[in-house]
Write a protein that binds this ligand. Structure first.
Ligand code: SAM
Length: 228
């Protein structure tokens, strides 16, 4: 990531002492303890439930969330389909530590450090992938690499379900949308930006749902299928 990219944080290091080369969940490490409360205020749990309804996880599925942050969607996926094997990945060890603490009484769920563009899983080993509010954290070149990596790890016919800010958001969606339309992190999610990203990587990709959101403008859900 270059110094000019809006995601670049020059001065932050995380718990391992590495240079922090990703945009963390709440924008900066110091705000992480407030992330879950903040996302509840924004109605994110209901958005996670909608994403999982679309994903329709089946018993025996191997499920991977990329950019799992503090683990809320990964844990909800496990509780929704207890007979699935669930892995949450994120580059942020601080967020992963929180996720691990929350999931400690469950089996068949684990968290591992990993970037969406470099996942710690074998080729064609995943039935369903999930991504919630992660894409707008990635710079352009990393998005393309993450889409290619998703294609690598999904089995043929496997599906990635994505939700993020954006889609066909317009001024008519309200004040929050008008603000978001000028947000650099969200720009590439607008219009058909997300389906174009996944189609360019070799997926079949469709929008499956889109709703106005009074605080973040519009959230849109997508299904990207690795051709069989
Ligand atoms: C807004 S949070 C979303 C967390 C979670 N999916 C949720 O819905 O609550 C975005 C997450 O993307 C992660 N992230 C940033 N860059 C990433 C990358 N290159 N690969 C995977 N995840 C990344 C951040 O660490 C952060 O946890």
């Amino acid at each position: 990531m270059t110094k000019n990219h809006p995601n670049y944080q020059a001065d932050t290091t995380h718990a391992t002492g590495d240079r922090q080369d990703y945009l963390p969940a709440a924008g900066r490490n110091g705000l992480l303890p407030f992330y879950d409360a903040f996302t509840r205020l924004f109605g994110v749990p209901a958005i996670h439930r909608t994403l999982l309804r679309h994903a329709g996880l089946a018993p025996g599925d191997t499920v991977l969330e990329i950019g799992c942050g503090t683990g809320n969607l990964t844990i909800l996926a496990k509780d929704t389909q207890p007979a699935a094997e669930i892995l949450g990945t994120d580059p942020d060890p601080l967020a992963l530590a929180r996720a691990q603490r929350k999931a400690k009484d469950r089996t068949g769920i684990r968290f591992e450090r990993g970037y969406a563009q470099n996942l710690p899983v074998p080729d064609a080993s995943i039935d369903r992938m999930l991504s919630a509010f992660m894409l707008h954290h990635l710079p352009t070149d990393v998005k393309a690499a993450a889409a290619a990596e998703a294609l690598r790890v999904l089995r043929p016919g496997g599906q990635l379900y994505v939700v993020d800010i954006g889609g066909r958001m317009t001024d008519a969606d309200g004040m929050a949308a008008r603000r978001m339309l000028n947000n650099g992190h969200v720009a590439e999610n607008l219009g058909d930006g997300i389906p174009r990203l996944f189609r360019a990587a070799g997926f079949d990709c469709q929008e499956v749902d889109s709703r106005v959101h009074r605080l973040i403008g519009r959230v849109t859900y997508y299904r990207a299928t690795r051709p069989a």
